[in-house]
Write a protein of this length. Structure first.
Length: 129
């Protein structure tokens, strides 16, 4: 997302067969210095704010009887989001057809000048190959 936003045409080769091939799992906490910073650089911070789970960073420790022994109401600096909702934002921000689903990178070799050459295994049905 970040390189595309800066005018560099990039292609993503993704092993998974499609955007819906796998459930993305539960929630993710997004830290200011890493995940949130990346979203800011990708111009997606406002979209991210809309999917933040209110009080998602609140924590409670309960004993065996269910009595709350420790509680932290969170401070909003590392809010929780649903992984699927976050991935939707990221995928929607990309240009059409820049992801080659079901493409396995099998080998990467570093060249001079920061360039790389790579080998791919693509599905027979790959519309790009
Ligand atoms: C249980 C758990 C909880 C976590 N909770 C948090 C959290 O709350 N907050 C947080 O910030 N981090 C959390 N993390 C860490 C976070 O998930 C990882 O740091 C992050 O996903 C790493 O991103 P990545 O893009 O490097 O790798 P990945 O997310 O693993 O992405 C790699 C991608 O490459 C694809 N791929 C793999 N091999 C190939 C190949 N040969 N060819 C083509 N494509 C390929 C895979 O299909 C995958 O889509 C958690 C991790 C785990 C396991």
């Amino acid at each position: 997302m970040v390189v595309n936003r800066h005018g560099i045409d990039a292609t993503i080769y993704e092993l998974e067969a499609s955007a819906t091939a796998r459930h993305q799992g539960s929630v993710l906490d997004m830290h200011e210095e890493s995940g949130q910073l990346a979203l800011r650089k990708a111009g997606l911070f406002e979209a991210f704010r809309k999917i933040v789970i209110p009080s998602g960073d609140e924590m409670r420790l309960l004993d065996k009887s269910g009595t709350v022994r420790w509680q932290d109401s969170g401070n909003g600096t590392r809010p929780e989001v649903d992984r699927g909702a976050l991935r939707d934002i990221l995928l929607q921000s990309l240009p059409a057809n820049c992801i080659h689903w079901g493409s396995k990178v099998t080998r990467v070799v570093k060249l001079e000048g920061g360039r790389h050459v790579y080998w791919l295994e693509c599905p027979v049905t790959c519309p790009h190959c």
